[in-house]
Each structure stands twice: as C-alpha cells, then as structure tokens.
Design a protein around this ligand. Structure first.
Ligand SMILES: [Zn+2]
Ligand SMILES: [Zn+2]
Length: 154
C-alpha cells in the first residue's frame, strides 16, 4: 500500500534506512513516516555507533533544525488511518516535536527531525551510560508517544 505525505500529499517512497529498516519518505518536503516499531529499530541501530557522531552536532543546531520544521507545520492527518495526529515532544526534554497518530499507527517526522532524534538518542545513550537500559527508556518513551489523547475538538 502506498501512503501519501500528510503535509503535501506527495506519494511517499519506501527507502531503506541503516541497511535494514524501511521507512517511507516524502520526495517533496523530505519528511518521513515511521510505522510503529521502526523508530525503535532506528534507535537500536544507532546504539551501536553513537559515539562517532556524538561530538559533531551541538544542541543548538538540532534545536534550530527542529524549530524551522515546526514553524511550517500545523496539525496533519495520519497517512494510514486519517486521524489527526497529536503534536508531542519526543521524550522528556528532547526539544524535538513530532506528530504521532493517536491510534498508534506510527509517527511523522518533518525534514530534519529524524536526524535530530538520532542525535538525541546518541546523546542520551552517552549520558546515561549503563545506568538505565536503553530499551527501558525507549519503552517508556513510546508508551508516552502512543498514549491515547483526547480527540481534538473543533
Ligand atoms: Zn511531503
Ligand atoms: Zn493512524
């Protein structure tokens, strides 16, 4: 089944990410759709090589990338079920705002947000070290992201 971009309705093109993860990317706005579970797979992949890029991107860069993306965005519909997606900050204090389907289909990332998330994964992994298993933190995060929210009324 082919999905369309929630922002501009372009047909999303399946792309291979990190050799084994398939994501759906928009050729027009460069946003990406991640089915539930794909973000987890990406985070897992980053777990193995976070250190080499960790120092490359200062916090402020990730923040400004995200700010630009959010400025151009309003509420969007889930490409799978059509439900209006909830805008959420990904994880506590990540400063990365994503659109998540309230039905749990997956999440939409505007251009730059996937990269910002990768940096966030890498940084939080490096900071937390072995204190908290990464999977636990991810689970808690996803539980928050996909938690059903009250339907927007308007
Ligand atoms: Zn698009
Ligand atoms: Zn959905």
């Amino acid at each position: 089944m082919s999905l369309s971009c929630p922002r501009d309705r372009s047909a999303l093109k399946p792309q291979t990410y990190e050799a084994k993860i398939e994501i759906d990317a928009c050729p027009t706005c460069r946003g990406v759709w991640l089915d539930k579970g794909e973000l987890e797979a990406i985070q897992e992949a980053r777990e193995h090589d976070y250190s080499k890029t960790l120092a490359e991107l200062p916090d402020s860069v990730a923040r400004s990338i995200n700010k630009v993306a959010q400025a151009a965005s309003g509420p969007v519909g889930c490409p799978k079920c059509g439900a209006e997606m909830a805008v959420r900050e990904y994880a506590y204090c990540s400063q990365i705002v994503i659109d998540a389907c309230p039905e749990g289909c997956g999440i939409w990332l505007d251009a730059g947000e996937l990269q910002a998330l990768e940096k966030f994964f890498e940084r939080s992994q490096a900071e937390a070290g072995d204190v908290i298993p990464l999977r636990w933190r991810l689970w808690a995060t996803l539980a928050g992201v996909f938690k059903k929210s009250a339907p927007a009324s308007k």
